[in-house]
Design a protein around this ligand. Sequence first.
Ligand code: PEP
Ligand code: MN
Length: 354
Amino acid sequence: MVSSIDEVWKKRPLIISGPCSAETEEQVTETAISLAATGKVDILRAGIWKPRTKPGMFEGVGTQGLGWLKAAGKKTGLPVTVEVATSKHVEEALRFEIDLFWIGARTTANPFSIQELADALSGIQVPVLIKNPINPDLELWCGAIERILKAGIEKVGMIHRGFSSYGNTLYRNAPMWQLPIEMKRRFPGMLMICDPSHICGNRSLLLDVAQKSIDLDFDGIMLESHRNPDQAWSDAAQQVTPEKFSEMMDKLVWRSVHSESAPRTLLTQLRTQIDLIDDDLLSLLSQRMKLADQIGHYKKEHNMTILQAERWNGILERAMAKADELGISSEFIIRYLNAVHMESIQHQYAVMNG
Ligand code: PEP
Ligand code: MN
């Protein structure tokens, strides 16, 4: 018997795994059986229609794959999920009684497509997980969620799969954790799943990213797995075998917001200290801006530019030299000083131009 999606939806952590793409019936079935044997997966995934950047790349096996996946679900007792991007996909996936849909990052970025999906889903109760758009635009992500909610879908969740950027970065898609954190604030209680596979783009970083998401109170993980990852027809570098998936799940440390055993008083004391330090930091920042105002008056009087590149470099270098010693990452210091510097420029601009 296949577990009901309504029951599975409530499970925490919620674990989704399976191949990036369905390739053959054997590949789907074998991967599903090995995954189910670990006892650590709640929902099986497989991409049936693949949104590919260039023509001529593998674009998915299409409708026949729905039958393979559904059969694998029945064999293993697991609900199944596929990506839908058009009303035709929704129609086909419903015909094969797919239990849960996810909306891909490229689709979330396109309000026309999202509205088409919302219209196709109207009046139907299939849970929908919405990936973040490829670009770091929170409003697009929110808009997609709102459209799907407006269609009357009751079970809606989010998947954080990182954001694309130009040039080589450590990640295939930068995690930009502050964005999903903000989404958790805007949609309290809404399911938030992390997709380390598409964030990392390679196997070596998966565990770190998965652990980070747990530490940030995410509700589950979607991880791509394949019986023979190196031979996968899509996303080969980031997929893991079901055995590796199982090892990873064992290595993760699951945490929760509250703990029965932890002394709350210690946490409260530490938080009080943090609040006091934040108060101090805010008042120091305010003092710093008052000095910037004075500098603004001075520069105005002497007809000097606000930006003095040499001075700004000096500030950065001095802080970077200290950062390491103080156990603060240089990446953070740069972000912090950039923000402070921009605010200081605003203040001086206001002074100089009234
Ligand atoms: C996928 O999950 O295989 C996929 C295509 O993901 P994304 O939409 O995040 O690129
Ligand atoms: Mn993929």
